[in-house]
Design a protein around this ligand. Sequence first.
Ligand SMILES: [Zn+2]
Length: 128
Amino acid sequence: MRTKRYWLDTGDAAQQPLPSGIADAVTAWIVLPPSSDPTPAQLAAIEATMRLFVEDDLASGVSPRRKIFCDACHQARPMPGFVRYDRYLLCNPCATDYEVARIRGVALTIDQFVHDRSFGAAPEGVSV
Ligand SMILES: [Zn+2]
């Protein structure tokens, strides 16, 4: 599984890969002031980027039948679209939730998100 690193520099669904390097996560999204709600365009951009991760993995031959364990939801999930954050591997839906929680200022660190999700306290889902 490749690691991924993308920079989302606008709120309009535009994203571009960073030059290859020490990619280890989706590292940068728009930073909003705490309590700001992301715009629909920002949410759409996150979802589009996360879908791209799935598509990239599928294009690279990662089988959707292969499953690995998600550190956040503690379930075996299809491998395409997994994202590594620090020492955690998150399935695509959890990674999406984390990114949304992060730009909302609800989850400031991956440790906090994984802990909260493990105990059922992390914000659920993204509705775009
Ligand atoms: Zn998960």
